[in-house]
Write a protein that binds this ligand. Structure first.
Ligand code: HEM
Length: 298
């Protein structure tokens, strides 16, 4: 999916549209992939629909069955036969596209930063120890545990990883009518404005002299609570009306995974492994993250 989006960013619109119409070049394989994804999602939606029918028959509305697709099926299917498959499929593909590789890229950079900053790792572990008993540190109970909110230092470390390595590194927006940017630059209608979220996370003017340092403390106030940074400063999830709808769920997911993995395992980056970003619309690690994993002693 990312390849297709990136391709359509760099190839003129008329060219990829023509390729798509003629079913040639990269667009041919994208159409084939889209067909496979559509088929897969159609099956997922159908099976959820069957689940919903079963549940309504047995009046079983357990919270443990909850997931995003179930919620969508419920919202859109008051009349069970009137489910809009296309809407559900398109919504599911948006959530899949927006929420899968962004989180995995963010976690990759986060674990790399943590494993190369032992002091930060030690502080995160200390905070986990103070807030969770051993029994709670598993996937199932973590998600429903209010203690996640107490992980102020971990929150700071995740914000730092997202600041230094924003999963969506650049974006563009198009002016509908002429406008003047806050900098005073005039923009005429249909002008495409590109902006780099990656650069904005690394500007001295915005973050201070230590802008290149991985410093979770940056996000913690003297009173020990998290410092809020407005989205126009911390732009990783974009700002304004089209900002990320998955921001809160992303933090929850990342915290659950960080606690579950860091409290159970130590990760050591393999010596000589080259860590650098790839050229794509999502800031993946070009060669992945090679680590040696060892179990922590209790
Ligand atoms: C660390 C993880 C994530 C980051 C950094 C991130 C970042 C972003 C950014 C920068 C945008 C704006 C894109 C644009 O303007 O073109 C966006 C939009 C969006 N994100 Fe996320 N995202 C993340 C995770 C998620 C998750 C987990 C979900 C859903 C489960 C999600 C759902 C969405 C949706 C639906 C939009 C489109 C909003 C709109 O256009 O109105 N995101 N995200």
């Amino acid at each position: 999916m990312e390849d297709a989006i990136f391709y359509r960013h760099i190839v003129p619109r008329w060219l990829w549209k023509l390729q798509k119409w003629l079913q040639i070049g990269s667009e041919k394989s994208y159409s084939e992939s889209q067909h496979i994804i559509d088929k897969f999602l159609h099956e997922c939606v159908s099976s959820r629909l069957d689940d919903e029918r079963m549940k309504s028959m047995f009046n079983n509305d357990e919270e443990s069955n909850f997931d995003l697709l179930n919620a969508l099926v419920k919202e859109n299917g008051d009349e069970m036969n009137q489910i809009d498959y296309k809407f559900l499929r398109d919504t599911a593909i948006s959530l899949l596209g927006a929420g899968r590789s962004t989180i995995s890229a963010a976690l990759c950079w986060f674990f790399w930063l943590v494993s190369t900053h032992p002091l930060v790792e030690a502080k995160i572990l200390e905070e986990i120890e103070q807030n969770f008993t051993t029994k709670e540190k598993n996937w199932v109970t973590l998600g429903v545990n209010d203690n996640l909110k107490k992980l102020v230092y971990l929150h700071g470390a995740i914000c730092e990883a997202l600041r230094l390595f924003p999963p969506v590194p650049f974006e563009h927006k198009c002016a509908v009518e002429s406008d003047i940017l806050p900098s005073g630059v005039r923009v005429s209608p249909n002008t495409m404005v590109y902006f780099s979220l990656y650069s904005m996370g690394r500007m001295e003017k915005i973050w201070g002299k230590d802008y290149l340092e991985f410093k979770p403390e940056r996000w913690i106030s003297e009173k020990g609570s998290n410092i809020y940074a407005p989205s126009y400063k911390f732009i990783t999830f974009n700002a304004g009306p089209r900002s990320c709808l998955g921001r809160n769920i992303s933090f929850i997911q990342m915290k659950i995974i960080a606690v579950a993995l860091l409290s159970n395992f130590h990760m050591q980056v393999v010596e000589g492994h080259l860590v650098c970003p790839s050229l794509s619309i999502v800031l993946h690690m070009k060669h992945g993250l090679k680590v040696t994993v060892s179990k922590r002693g209790n």
